[in-house]
Design a protein around this ligand. Sequence first.
Ligand SMILES: NC(=O)c1ccc[n+]([C@@H]2O[C@H](COP(=O)([O-])OP(=O)(O)OC[C@H]3O[C@@H](n4cnc5c(N)ncnc54)[C@H](OP(=O)(O)O)[C@@H]3O)[C@@H](O)[C@H]2O)c1
Length: 297
Amino acid sequence: MKVLVTGCYGQVGTELMALAKAYGHETIGFDYDTLDITDQQAVQACVQKEQPDVLINAAAYTAVDKAEDDKDAAKAVNATAVGYLAQACKVLDIPLIHISTDYVFDGSKEGAYIESETVAPLGVYGETKLEGEVLVRSLCEKYYIFRTSWVFSAHGNNFVKTMLRLGAEREELGIVADQRGKPTSAREIARVIYEVLASHKNAWGIYHLAQANAVTWFDFAQSIFDEAKQQGLPLRVKQVNAITTADFPTPAKRPQNSELDCSKLETTFNIELQPWNVSLAEVIKMLSEKSKMEDVQ
Ligand SMILES: NC(=O)c1ccc[n+]([C@@H]2O[C@H](COP(=O)([O-])OP(=O)(O)OC[C@H]3O[C@@H](n4cnc5c(N)ncnc54)[C@H](OP(=O)(O)O)[C@@H]3O)[C@@H](O)[C@H]2O)c1
């Protein structure tokens, strides 16, 4: 299959590009510098020229806090541009695979969220991502929307890399312990997307895609430091303190519980999601090897 990936330099985009060959796909990747998805004419021209068999949109405005003061830009990328991609896919009659977020929920539920649960985003990022979902569903018949959460990888900006940096700089850290979710590796998202395509089930719709188990940011940070220590990474951090959301105010409100129930994905496509701690060990190993290479150079 010929797969067109937008946002190909991002966390998920990078993994989609890297893993495609293993599934026998040819990929063409675009990012901001080669295809600005907010340019409708450029999107149409690119999709017409490339004639892909499927389009995967990994491009997004992901700066959750910045989005609060930058609504127009967030909406342009996360909503309006997604409509352009959906229209272009409809013209070619090809599937659109789109990635969305746990932040479409308000986090007030006790247990895990299923796909049909009421959405009620708390901030601009979640609102604009939800608008993107609505556009895909209204404009396309052949689509998969994968809602994921707490994405991490060896590249780009993410919590794992932030913790490793802070843990190397400071002896004591305070980490929020009253927000719960499922950390998910970009590589696992890419793998699952290609598994779903390989199934040829065409069971179009919205699916939750996140790795077990649900934890707090505090728990996740502890696991990051434990794994990093086990792999011999230099860390100064000696004490990690559990703090509350109120102790660490941010411009955007975040859901307290954004645990995603992934049983629809697992049963429909007979897919077993890898637990995040396995992915975390792989990502830390990659980062450790990368830093050793940089030391040598
Ligand atoms: N990160 C998370 O924790 C998280 C959680 C839940 C869901 N998601 C969703 O998962 C998907 C992938 O996220 P990610 O973490 O891989 O994001 P990412 O690392 O921020 O990558 C997004 C990519 O899209 C590019 N982009 C932004 N605006 C663009 C435009 N107008 N045209 C073309 N490319 C553009 C970005 O370029 P620049 O860097 O130059 O802006 C970046 O390369 C997104 O849909 C996101 O909403 C992410």
